[in-house]
Ligand binder design. Sequence first.
Ligand code: AMP
Ligand code: MN
Length: 342
Amino acid sequence: MSVSPREDFAGVTLQRGLDQVADELRRADRFLLTTHENPDGDALGSLLAMHWVLEQLGKDSVMYMSPDEFPLSHEYRHMTFDGLLGAAPDDVDDRTVVFLDCGNIDRMPMDFLRREGMHILNVDHHHDNTRFGTVNLVVPEASCTAEIVFDLARELRAEITPRIAEALYVGLVTDTGRFMYENTTPTAHRMAADLIEVGVDTHRVYRRLFEDLPFRRLELLTRALQGVARYDEGSITMAMLTRSDYEQTGALETDSEGVVDHLRAVEQTKVAVLVRELLSDDRRGRRKVSLRATDGEVDVSLIARNLGGGGHRQAAGFTTELAPDELVTTLREQVATQLGAV
Ligand code: AMP
Ligand code: MN
């Protein structure tokens, strides 16, 4: 069963989808909540908020993230996940599994969540979500998955406690690029207002998310910016980080978060690209590519999907075994195709 507001009269279909998932959440007693690998603020905020809403309703809810995700990116160091599991619970087959902010089951590498017969609620806002759930509540119009969780919480008449509000706000402020990206709708701002009324300390959250950075981040950023390359009249602005950049700065894999935004900001840029070598031994030779579009001209999710990943029109990613020069050639071709230059 799939519910996407684009398929029908938007408001009615969305309401039907929310009703259906709210019903599922009301009826079941045991849940396992999870999200995509390399979780970002929306993934983590949605996960925590949903967990606390379900607990408030007296449900048995557990959260699952792979131990490989830890330590989390520095931004999220203040978020605490009591009762988080790093392995499948014995009763996993009896639990309703709720995926949050995960557009594609391949972004959850754990096999125990990919077996036939699992009852999966797929709650997400990626337009290219593959609808892998038993029930899919995919709302591309939502600024963030946290916005959908907020709707569900109200549908379930849950109290938006200060900690739920803060978790939702983290999802909202990160996925809207601090209320700057195109997904910054009136609804997003109304949600922010509601959460601030509950008591979210916006400045404190901002400091935690975006400041108080370890110095190694600045050193890693410096290295990325020193190697910036521009292609095709500057329409592509690209930086690469190598294993040695990480080693020499002592930076962690997640310390490159935000680097691509510096590239996006440069004049002429239509697509900003950050390529970083993956560090774990089992991913040797693979690179993670982050793509950002500056306007509606290029849909970077299409490029990412062509290369085995996905995401939003303005922000997408994939991992690849292509060598850097092949990668550059491919990306230039793909961007040129979309710009009608070939
Ligand atoms: P990132 O560049 O990792 O910050 O990701 C930007 C956006 O692309 C997010 O919405 C991600 O969910 C999505 N994304 C990143 N990597 C992948 C991937 N390998 N597969 C599908 N979506 C991805
Ligand atoms: Mn999101």
